[in-house]
Design a binder for this molecule. Sequence first.
Ligand SMILES: Cc1cc2nc3c(=O)[nH]c(=O)nc-3n(C[C@H](O)[C@H](O)[C@H](O)COP(=O)(O)O)c2cc1C
Length: 347
Amino acid sequence: MPRDDVSAPAGAAARARLDELWARGCAFLGTRVAIMGGAMSWVSERHLVSGISNAGGFGVIACGSMGPELLAAEIAATQAMTQNPFGVNLITMHPQLDDLVRVCIEAGVGHVVLAGGIPPGNAVRAVKDGGAKLVAFTPALVLAKRLVRSGVDALVIEGSEAGGHIGPVSLTVLAQEILPHIKDVPVFVAGGLGRGEAILSYLEMGASGVQLGTRFAAATESIAHENFKRAFVRANARDALPSIQLDERFPVIPVRGLVNAGTKRFLEHQALTLARFQAGELSKEAAQLDIEHFWAGALRRAVIDGDVENGSVMAGQSVGLVTSVQGVAEIIEELTQQAVMALAARR
Ligand SMILES: Cc1cc2nc3c(=O)[nH]c(=O)nc-3n(C[C@H](O)[C@H](O)[C@H](O)COP(=O)(O)O)c2cc1C
């Protein structure tokens, strides 16, 4: 769709070039655009997932801690809301992983995303034997190669700019490390993406498509509380920071989210727990558990209850690019247009 400052033929040629660049990703996902909505616990349920898939992208249900029955119900409800493909994201350390994979296969889910660690061999086989495509995350090139050898059908590389649980390396570096060397399967890039020009640049580096979370979390179709969305609209990139670990003896899993009263109290809580450990009041194990339990239920508190001061407001640095609550179709159209316009502006 050309704009005033771009001629119709130039616009059409640019759109055709974009379609060429993400053709492999679109074919893999079965979509019109190679934009995946990254799974987000509590957020990526039937409404947002079907909204993204209906708009031509690829929605992914976040199973999180759901059991098999709840997951089966969520898949059925999503299928009732869209005819288009969508995926399911399962966390590898879920105690009922095998049952959850079976639920996906029985429901005819076409793509299973295994997140949160190296996918166990039996889960890989179960997904593939069931006829679904398997998507996995990789934090480094060696693991990417191992995953491809083990039969993974596509990879996601997620930079530390992303919202939620993060690794230590930015997408800028991960993309350079991995994209030139992994050609056997499509690679989708995630973390910090909020505009079409950036999407275009990663496609040109060899990515087959992209995954976005933060921009979709604040979409109209997202069931997140309006306080959560308002916090996204207000925040700048610099407000989305990783959780801080006070003492290396007590590891804290890095999670990127908006700083608030909760993140400040988390530091105080760690200091207090450390003091109790040093005074001999708590064993090392008890102190570690005490630190880990601090955030239990905190994402739900922010997303569903709207307590954005004390809950965990997971958000990526791209939160600075969220300037209003928009419908999913509008977000996808905007991203696509920005990529097309960037291509059309070239001489
Ligand atoms: C609120 C929130 C919750 C998330 N929860 C999950 C999750 O449960 N599982 C997962 O694999 N990724 C999760 N993510 C990461 C997203 O799927 C996606 O990869 C990431 O948001 C991409 O980076 P961006 O936020 O810069 O767009 C979450 C992200 C956010 C913002």
